[in-house]
Design a protein around this ligand. Structure first.
Ligand SMILES: Cc1cc2nc3c(=O)[nH]c(=O)nc-3n(C[C@H](O)[C@H](O)[C@H](O)COP(=O)(O)OP(=O)(O)OC[C@H]3O[C@@H](n4cnc5c(N)ncnc54)[C@H](O)[C@@H]3O)c2cc1C
Length: 469
């Protein structure tokens, strides 16, 4: 039975990191919530308990440094917004250096107790097997990477076959500023302009024959991660890991993602590259580029080492490394509006990892936003969007609009889940980073740190203003 309030309840489906935070945010404004969680009735391949907000793997919320780390900034913004997930994490912290790590059982128990004892929250243990009925006029789907199959099928039927991914083939993403443009050059293959393009849409890294052979050898020898039991899905040819392609034959990559055709090295036009690695702009800001066709199962350490063999990427900084694992997520940039509502279905929002963010904290933060947006609509107000300069806003922008959708590879989905990182934030205003007094040389690492600090400070200031603090 719904607990007492004059408002009609908002339904939240999924009591993981995102759903728990969404429910809390809603109830704290005086609007009742019905939280539908299937564990207790039906489990997933990764969860072990029936507790709400269970951490399925690591117990770390990553860096808690709000002065120069993007996830630390997100922590701080969530605390400012009264997050239950952060309150419970802080109360169950275990020593982990600069990271915020938690006692996982204590953490989930704290979240579960807070939600179950809240006067406006009703937790029902049931699997929701289809899209919410129309009479749930405000609902949030937060069923995560392991969304139960019948709901996943219903989402797919509503949004289209290409709109739901079950497998996450992730290519590494590089901070543009770390690419050596004295070696690389901008050019689209055959200078093709394409819709919205300029003919110079890719960053190209050239390799000679010896470099290519050494690279293929390194890929084949690289350490790979094994699939977990629950990841029993076979590869499909559209997203073969790069090292699997390398194993299929020495020439495979040169005729696949590393083909040199249609490209002329701007620094050395008379010498034809033997192979070329291409990077494509990943966000509207142009601060991130992804490595085209480089989805991989190599271990993170091996990836960084091997990909830095690529000419021009010797000092590459990775916003995320590649991976391949089971993950249910929708093509949010085309399906959701700016306040996370499914286009064409007013009142139905998505939150958490299913929207294409990645990680405990990111998922919870998108739950926090979805909860606030749903409450605004319940109270007949327009949802207030966080400024894009905040960690909340940067992540929301990645999910709902900042990502560049590739149109030169029809049929391929290019939107991939991502952790929060400074590459998602808009650049600082000119002059925002000033040389500290007494410092003669101000470049390289010092300047990069100063930029992060200024971006973090701007985010926290803008977030406080947005929240009216
Ligand atoms: C194996 C694995 C390991 C991971 N390791 C990490 C890690 O180490 N660090 C990290 O930051 N992130 C990790 N992740 C990602 C992690 O799952 C997310 O960061 C986070 O849990 C996502 O939060 P969420 O609320 O979107 O989904 P979840 O936390 O998974 O919550 C979704 C909830 O919805 C419920 N549910 C699903 N379908 C239905 C339905 N039809 N009806 C009712 N309830 C339903 C589920 O039981 C679950 O409780 C991992 C993911 C997986 C699958």
């Amino acid at each position: 039975m719904t607990k007492t309030s004059s408002h009609t309840p908002i339904h939240v489906i999924g009591g993981g990191l995102a759903g728990s935070e969404a429910a809390w945010q809603i109830a704290e404004t005086g609007v009742p919530v019905i939280l539908h969680e299937m564990r207790g009735v039906r489990g997933t391949d990764a969860h072990k308990t029936d507790s709400l907000a269970e951490l399925v793997c690591s117990n770390s919320f990553r860096s808690d440094d709000a002065t120069s780390n993007a996830v630390g900034v997100l922590h701080a913004e969530m605390r400012l917004a009264g997050s239950l997930i952060m309150r419970s994490a802080d109360a169950n912290q275990v020593p982990a250096g600069g990271a915020l790590a938690v006692d996982r059982d204590g953490f989930s128990a704290a979240v579960t107790a807070a939600l179950e004892s809240h006067p406006l929250i009703t937790v029902t243990r049931e699997e929701v097997t289809g899209l919410p009925p129309e009479d749930w006029d405000q609902a949030i789907i937060a069923t995560g990477p392991l969304t139960a199959p019948s709901l996943a099928a219903a989402i797919q039927a509503r949004t289209g076959a290409d709109s739901l991914a079950f497998f996450d083939a992730i290519a590494p993403i590089v901070h543009t500023a770390s690419i050596d443009m004295d070696i690389c050059w901008f050019q689209s293959r055959y200078d093709k302009v394409g819709p919205g393009g300029t003919g110079k849409d890719y960053i190209n890294c050239p390799m000679d024959e010896a470099q290519y052979n050494a690279f293929v050898d390194a890929l084949i020898a690289g350490d790979t991660t094994g699939f977990k039991e629950w990841e029993g899905t076979p590869y499909f040819d559209g997203c073969l890991p790069i090292e699997v392609m390398a194993e299929r034959g020495r020439e495979t990559l040169r005729h696949g993602p590393m083909k040199p055709m249609g490209l002329t090295n701007a620094h050395n036009p008379t010498v034809k590259a033997y192979a070329v690695v291409q990077l494509r702009q990943d966000n509207a800001l142009g601060t991130l580029y992804n490595m085209v066709g480089f989805q991989t199962k190599l271990k993170y350490g091996a990836q960084a080492e091997i990909f830095r063999l690529i000419p021009g990427l010797e000092n590459a900084e990775f916003a995320r490394l590649g991976g391949l694992h089971r993950n249910t997520y929708i093509n949010s940039p085309t399906l959701l509006d700016r306040s996370l509502t499914l286009k064409g279905r007013p009142g139905l929002r998505f939150a958490g990892q299913i929207t294409g963010c990645e990680g405990y904290v990111e998922s919870a933060s998108i739950g926090l936003l979805a909860g606030r947006f749903a409450v605004a609509e319940r109270l007949s107000q327009t949802p207030s969007l966080p400024p894009v300069t905040t960690a909340f806003g940067a992540l929301l922008n990645h999910i709902t609009g900042g990502h560049i959708v590739s149109d030169d590879e029809p049929g391929k989905r290019s939107f991939q889940p991502m952790n929060v990182n400074f590459g998602l934030f808009p650049p600082l205003e000119p002059g925002a980073v000033v040389r500290p007094e007494g410092l003669k040389r101000f470049r390289g690492k010092d300047k990069a740190v100063a930029k992060k600090q200024a971006t973090a400070a701007r985010a926290l200031e803008d977030c406080a203003r947005w929240l009216g603090r």
